[in-house]
Write a protein that binds this ligand. Structure first.
Ligand code: HEM
Length: 405
């Protein structure tokens, strides 16, 4: 069977590749410039809509019950045939009454205020990691020794897992991220993490503290009864998983950008209290590392950019293209850490917007200035052209970041 050339031209294969590692895929940019939603072809041959304009993504993700995030719903543009079975029961793949109550249970530990209160401890943890780094043999991989390590120690802090046990969590969660790890090993790591969290949660019943695990077991399992023990353990593991790869990739990409663009690094270091936060927002916009999500299915017809999208059709939002939309951002291709517009959608938009965004922001705001203050002559240990970006995953990022100083 031959696929018609016009059909393939009209609906290119998705995920799209980035031609330049520092820009969105060219096809996504072309689609955005054309001004209307366009179709792409995914692994199962179906052709969901790719939404690339900033205003169109906001229209769709803000459309309440006219869209669904349910990966088991007919027409949902799944990432593989395993997705409905593997993720079908997770709250963030659900809508309305199946999503919001769990989100409300988790929210208190991730508010801007709670994350801000953690800033001094995050600074301490960052310094401990840099203390370890500076005595290591060089060159070294900053992804493994810094970018992946920091989110783990920080999320352990939020959960109430003691610092000394970070290695257990780190080893398990690292395996989910590394593409080379075989499936069986990933499953074993998953089981080990669950066993570890169960033991902690059990002990929090007699020794409660301010962490999330303690609150989940004592308030939600034992007092209110709105979660089972197993569900509570699952939420702990999910929070570790959801924030690990994303934050780690962003920390790595941010370091790379600051190494490549010394004038931007100098601005950040000239006044971190002023520029660390604008730097984080700009890096989120510039890299847009969540690149194959958010995905939804329409539950009602909707007109977007003059095109009628039908109920039951799949939607994939392209954040990299939207975050470089010239209708919203002046000189969108330029990295400018003094930019003040905070309109990027790097953490998503609407009711499923990222739970951990405040925490991630503080981590990046602390990590980048601290790293370059303590190691001012940090530089790549390889040619830039030798860096490997993983482009086919949900999140864009660097496989390794070899540096020296
Ligand atoms: C730089 C780091 C991060 C990025 C770029 C990121 C990005 C995103 C994006 C784009 C979404 C929306 C997905 C959608 O609408 O379908 C999302 C949702 C989510 N994120 Fe993050 N995230 C980051 C860090 C974290 C952290 C640290 C946590 C840990 C708590 C976390 C937990 C979640 C959860 C649980 C959701 C689903 C929320 C819901 O459906 O209500 N993320 N994230």
């Amino acid at each position: 069977m031959t696929v018609s050339a016009t059909a393939t031209e009209q609906a290119p294969q998705f995920p799209l590749k980035r031609g330049c590692p520092f820009a969105p895929p060219e096809t996504a940019t072309e689609f955005r410039e054309s001004g209307t939603p366009r179709r792409v072809t995914i692994w199962d041959g179906s052709t969901p809509w790719l939404i690339t304009r900033h205003d169109h993504i906001q229209q769709i993700l803000g459309a309440g019950d006219r869209i669904s995030a349910d990966v088991t719903a007919p027409g949902f543009p799944n990432t593989s045939d395993a997705q409905p079975a593997v993720e079908g029961d997770i709250f963030f793949r659900k809508d309305g009454d199946q999503h919001l109550p769990i989100r409300r249970i988790l929210n208190p530990d991730f508010t801007a205020k709670r994350s801000e209160a953690l800033r001094p401890r995050i600074a301490e943890l960052t310094d401990l990691l840099i203390d370890e780094l500076i005595v290591m043999e060089r060159p070294l991989d900053l992804i493994e020794h810094f970018a992946l390590a920091l989110p783990t120690v920080v999320i352990c802090e939020v959960l109430g897992v003691p610092y000394e046990e970070r290695h257990t969590v780190h080893e398990s969660s690292k395996k989910f991220v590394q593409l080379s790890v075989p499936h069986e090993e990933k499953m074993a790591a998953h089981a080990a993490l669950h066993a570890n969290l169960s033991a902690h949660m059990e002990s929090k019943r007699t020794r409660p503290d301010n962490g999330l695990l303690s609150r989940l077991v004592n308030v939600h399992v034992d007092e209110k009864g709105d979660l089972t023990f197993e569900e509570a353990v699952g939420l702990g593991a999910l929070v570790i998983g959801a924030g690990h790869e994303t934050t780690a990739n962003m920390i790595g990409l941010g370091i790379l950008a600051l190494v490549r663009e010394p004038e931007q690094r100098a601005i950040m270091l000239s006044d971190p209290a002023k520029y660390a936060s604008t730097c984080v927002e700009e890096m989120m916009r510039y890299w847009s590392m969540v690149q194959t999500e958010p995905r939804r299915v329409l539950t009602q017809d909707m007109e977007v950019g003059g095109v009628l999208l039908r109920a039951g059709e799949g939607i994939i939002c392209n954040l990299p293209a939207a975050n470089r939309d010239p209708l919203v951002f002046a000189e969108p291709e330029k990295l400018d850490i003094t930019r003040v517009e905070r309109k990027h959608m790097g953490f998503g938009y609407g009711v499923h917007q990222c739970l951990g965004q405040n925490l991630s922001r503080v981590e990046m705001q602390v990590a980048w200035p601290r790293l370059f203050q303590r190691i001012p002559d940090l530089r790549l240990a390889v040619e830039e052209s030798e860096l490997h970006f993983h482009d086919d995953a949900l999140t864009y990022g660097l496989e390794t970041l070899p540096v020296t100083w």
